[in-house]
Design a protein around this ligand. Structure first.
Ligand SMILES: NC(=O)c1ccc[n+]([C@@H]2O[C@H](COP(=O)([O-])OP(=O)(O)OC[C@H]3O[C@@H](n4cnc5c(N)ncnc54)[C@H](O)[C@@H]3O)[C@@H](O)[C@H]2O)c1
Length: 438
């Protein structure tokens, strides 16, 4: 048996801060409050509902993740965040129309008490939003300092022992790595000089990491996925993870694609289209913002199928992803996939997937799991920097430079489970036996 990693106990309150208090963040907050009042169950949450096998199959040890590793209890969580709109969490949840108003009314007082702080926002990066609840500052460094002040005040006011930050804000326009992202010095100079290559999500990430607050990025924004912030996270011993919550269509892709590959079925084409009508859909209706999402969604199939190794089966895939803003649908997205596959002797077949999902219902438990697991990492002897095992939760897992991400959901599950086993000094399970999934 391996040696246990030292983990400080999850004592005291954990403050969970979300830049962006829209559909996903409010569904997460209202959900946790509903669960701790016994009004609902945390379906979809790896830490709350998932179990992990320990030892040999004959030992019959299958604790829940939350029983196996020391996680903060839901009762010890406190919520806060920032938004460009002033609405308190009750009002924002009602507007988001994700959760039933009857449920929201039962926790109205708690939700009303959570009010967003003024956001660091710049319309140049998200054109379709018009909020006014926005911080003013001469330089981007001033704005970062203002966020750090917010965090200090929040921590003190709420008597928090620790904080974590999970980006639940809008998808910003597509950006690539620029010279000011190269190292900490260049980034700090860029912040002081208002470099246009530093979008708001990067300012939040900088402020969090600088303060020693773990940071996860639920959108495909570049945000903390730049050498400067990875360097700062390592230097300050702060765990980080990203990018883009793996929900809906991409979740289905990373479930189905490993199956096609496992059975050596060819894939000729994959056409994915979505209709959704929430605020996220409105933001993604702008081509510059959609491009960021498109890049995040497109990599998945190719990475899993490895066309360079299997050119006969996957050398000529046509992969297209579309998102269409369609207001009547609200948060209840519909994702269609048409998959053209080939079997024995190249005979063509088709698969149609029509996933009538609920975007924020799929994303909310991921916010919870990321907050709890990042906090766990920060209390353990794990070094700061990218926590690759959290790739399980992301569409576009952040990895060390030059390292290809792992997209296959089942390999990702094996990795996160083995990371937790390692942390607790349990034997790693390589699944040489039959039960692959635990
Ligand atoms: N729901 C899903 O299944 C899913 C999956 C993957 C990723 N995401 C991403 O998660 C994010 C949140 O999704 P959502 O459905 O809650 O969207 P939403 O539009 O309902 O909420 C986003 C909120 O962020 C706010 N915001 C934007 N920029 C901000 C800033 N700089 N500072 C503070 N607040 C800011 C907006 O005003 C809005 O209220 C989006 O980027 C979305 O692409 C969602």
């Amino acid at each position: 048996m391996a040696e246990k990693t030292k983990i400080k106990p999850a004592k005291g309150k954990l403050g969970v801060l979300t830049p962006g208090m829209g559909s996903v963040a409010t569904t997460f907050i209202a959900g946790v409050i509903a669960v701790r009042k016994g009004l609902a169950q945390p379906f979809g949450s790896y830490t709350q509902m998932g179990r992990i096998r320990l030892g040999k199959r004959t030992e019959q040890r299958y604790p829940k993740i939350k029983e196996f590793v020391s996680l903060s209890s839901l009762d010890d969580m406190v919520f806060g965040g920032w938004d460009v709109y002033k609405d308190n969490v009750y009002k924002a949840s009602v507007k988001a129309e994700v959760l039933d108003k009857r449920l929201l009314d039962q926790i109205k007082n708690e939700l009303k008490a959570i009010k967003p702080m003024k956001a660091v926002f710049d319309k140049n990066y998200v054109k379709r939003l018009d909020g006014t609840h926005i911080k003013k500052g001469k330089t981007k460094m001033d704005l970062a300092n203002a966020l750090m002040d917010d965090m200090k005040k929040f921590k003190k006011k709420n008597g928090c022992d620790r904080l974590v930050m999970v980006w639940c804000g809008s998808t910003e326009i597509y950006m690539e790595e620029a010279p000011c992202h190269k190292n900490i010095k260049a980034l700090e100079k860029g912040l002081r000089e208002n470099d246009e290559n530093i979008p708001p999500s990067m300012i939040y990430a900088y402020a969090a990491i600088k303060m020693g607050v773990p940071y996860a990025n639920g959108a495909p924004n570049l945000s903390a996925d730049i050498p400067a912030l990875v360097e700062l996270a390592k230097k300050n011993g702060v765990p980080i993870g990203g990018k883009d919550f793996k929900t809906g269509q991409t979740l289905m892709k990373t479930i189905l694609t490993p199956g096609f590959k496992a059975r050596s079925l060819g894939v000729d084409g994959w056409f994915s289209t979505n209709i959704l009508g929430n605020r996220d859909g409105a933001v993604l209706d702008d081509p510059d913002n959609f491009k960021t999402k498109e890049v995040s969604k497109l990599g998945v199939i190719e990475h899993i199928l490895q066309p360079e190794l299997n050119p006969e089966l996957y050398g000529n895939i046509y992969h297209k992803v579309r998102i269409n803003y369609y207001p009547p649908r609200g948060d209840n997205k519909e994702g269609w996939d048409n998959i053209d596959i080939s079997g024995w002797l190249g005979y063509p077949m088709q698969i149609k997937v029509d996933f009538l999902c609920r975007d924020s219902i799929l994303a909310a438990p991921i916010v919870l799991d990321l907050a709890l697991l990042l906090d766990l990492a920060s209390r353990s002897e794990f070094k700061g920097g990218i926590q690759e095992y959290l790739g399980f939760f992301f569409k576009s897992p952040q990895t060390k430079k030059g390292l290809p991400p792992q997209h296959d959901l089942f390999k990702q599950l094996m990795k996160i489970n083995n990371t937790l086993r390692h942390m607790k000094g349990e034997d790693l399970i390589t699944h040489l036996g039959l039960d692959y999934y635990y």
